[in-house]
Ligand binder design. Structure first.
Ligand code: GDP
Length: 320
């Protein structure tokens, strides 16, 4: 990927895509294509096909997806399945038809079995049943991995799946019903502090552990992967994971924290001094999903933003 390579960032208004765009710009990439949703709906087969034929991108960052927290995934399973399958199928197939040189397909740690050994290695893919609360999303993403793998095998394409852990950062979805835990806690504690509230109510038991990656770190990792030498990139595509070969790599920090400890951290940084109540009628989801990031570390990349620093940044951004 060179400074003047034509790069398409799909989903550039989202948490991950906006960080990719920001970081590509900062690094001096000058020929980046983006389309707002009203200009191009990636669910529309014909519109996506026309876009690729006209623009002919050389590199694609596929960060467009329908994403949401545990409640949204549990409530709108059909939307999560249909929209993700459609977007990725259209983008990956048209990338193949239009000779895209490299594609990075963004996935998530929820593709792994719910009872995976921890930390989760790439090779644990397909080794057991999925977590129920988000399995339609996970199956869609697994299909995207299978699609990348199939096109690589049959057409010699170079499509890599980057499996990200839980993300947070500026521009997150702060909707309390549909967002993820980090954004929800940032909002709940900020507003409680501002309103002098005495109780903040959180979901589940507080026992589940999650790994949180700052969105700019994810973006840096993705650009690092897309700019690897041919030899290194090709070796990732041929990852021999267990008995099958899937072109994926985990992106995370290698550290997790319980939701309870996360709430204490955000309460402290936001200056909230009241009580925290855990509503056990709400689901916990998987107990733990910590990614093993040895493969990424061995290539020479590791995340830089520690969680306290990241929380401070997003709190500032939320309150701005
Ligand atoms: P998950 O990682 O796919 O399970 O999705 P989330 O990021 O939505 O939730 C992670 C964990 O945080 C789950 O155990 C939730 O029950 C817990 N949690 C606690 N309070 C909240 C909240 O206010 N919103 C969300 N989304 N999750 C919460």
């Amino acid at each position: 990927m060179k400074a003047d390579s034509k790069i398409y960032v799909a989903g550039h208004n989202g948490l991950a895509g906006s960080a990719m765009l920001r970081n590509l710009n900062e690094l001096g990439f000058k020929n980046i294509i983006t389309k707002n949703h009203d200009e191009l709906d990636l669910i529309d087969i014909e519109a996506t096909s026309n876009f690729f034929k006209t623009e002919k991108p050389e590199y694609v960052f596929l960060a467009a997806a329908k994403v949401g927290g545990i409640h949204a995934n549990n409530t709108y399973p059909a939307d999560y399945f249909f929209q993700n399958i459609s977007i990725q199928t259209n983008v990956i197939h048209n990338s193949y038809l239009n000779d895209v040189k490299r594609l990075l397909f963004l996935g998530s740690s929820c593709i792994y079995p719910k009872d995976s050994k921890q930390p989760i290695k790439e090779e644990y893919l397909f080794s057991g049943p999925l977590e129920k609360t988000n399995s339609p999303f996970a199956v869609a993403k697994l299909s995207g991995i299978a699609m990348c793998s199939s096109y690589n095998r049959q057409y010699n394409t170079k499509y890599l799946g980057a499996m990200s852990t839980n993300l947070y950062g500026p521009g997150d979805n702060y909707d309390l019903e549909n967002g993820h835990v980090m954004a929800a806690l940032i909002r709940k504690f900020s507003e409680a502090k501002k309103n002098n509230a005495t109780t903040v109510s959180l979901w589940g038991s507080g026992n589940p552990r999650r790994e949180f990656l700052y969105s700019d770190d994810l973006a840096k990792a993705c650009i690092f992967l897309m700019t690897l030498s041919n030899e290194k990139f090709d070796s990732l595509l041929q990852n021999n994971l267990g008995s099958k070969s899937y072109p994926i790599i985990n992106i995370g920090t290698g550290e997790d924290i319980s939701i309870k400890d996360l709430s204490l951290l955000i309460a402290k940084i936001s200056g909230y001094k009241g009580k925290v109540f855990f509503d056990k009628t709400k689901p916990d989801g998987v107990l733990r999903k910590l990614l093993n990031v040895d493969m990424l570390h061995d290539l020479g990349w590791s995340s830089k933003t520690v969680i306290s620093e990241g929380v401070e940044k997003v709190l500032k951004n939320f309150n701005a």
